[in-house]
Design a binder for this molecule. Sequence first.
Ligand code: GLU
Length: 290
Amino acid sequence: MSKTQSIIGRYAPSPTGDLHLGNLRTAMLAWLKARLDGGKFLLRMEDLDQPRVVTGSADQILRDLEWLGLDWDGEVLYQSKRAQAYEEALALLDSAALVYPCFCSRKDIQTAISAPHSKAAVYPGICRDLGSESRQRKRVLKQPAFRVRVSDSLEHDVGDFVIKRADGLFAYQLAVVVDDLYQDVTQVVRGADLYDSLTRQQYLAHTLAPARPPIEYFHAPLMLGEDGVRLAKRDGADSIKCWRESGKTAEQLLAFLYNSLGLESVGEQISLVDLSQRLESQAWQGILFA
Ligand code: GLU
């Protein structure tokens, strides 16, 4: 990235329940990286998947981040208000002949990929080259999803992926990229569970905005519970609410989150300002992987 380009980081939680401590640790790392790099830090609510959104969760997330001291620049962007932008991106891809309707059920795909030599989880292109007549015939029976065609070099490892679901919802993969581009994000720090999405998102970002410098992606290790299994939002015991209700302070939580990374301990409590100052050396960033 050129030195003249200003850094813009972001955190993009899904309001599908209270943040757990692992989500919060990722938010803390994203904030620290953006601020230590002298950049802005934006917040986006990924409330696109309305059936999974939990009422009140977005507001609770904002309160939790504020309580911890993670501030953000400008207004929070809500994906539920961005349908028009996603529609435009789909139209742009379509005008480049990169979109096609897909009528496959999960079972169709399963059957095709369980054939010898096919790679699991990669869409085998069943609907890629359907003629317009069969598309019309199939449309009478079924609403299609829409897939983007990937370049030949990605066909075998990534496969054409869904950007709009058959139920009309835009897929996370499209929305996240459209919004990162719209918000001029230059740097993403997020959980390692999203590492698998990286190639798809780089492909979409480059296709939608070829002249733009690539976004830098970093992935933070996932926090594991005592049982060694990664935390999920339903694990109430690991929610920040529980932590707060037990009378602990934000400084104690920050220290806990940071110490859980297994780096040099910062003691039992630390303020965000002190943490930022201690971390000015970039050594801690080694735990983030691209
Ligand atoms: N909304 C996603 C989540 O909460 C994060 C998306 C991203 O950071 O790219 O897991």
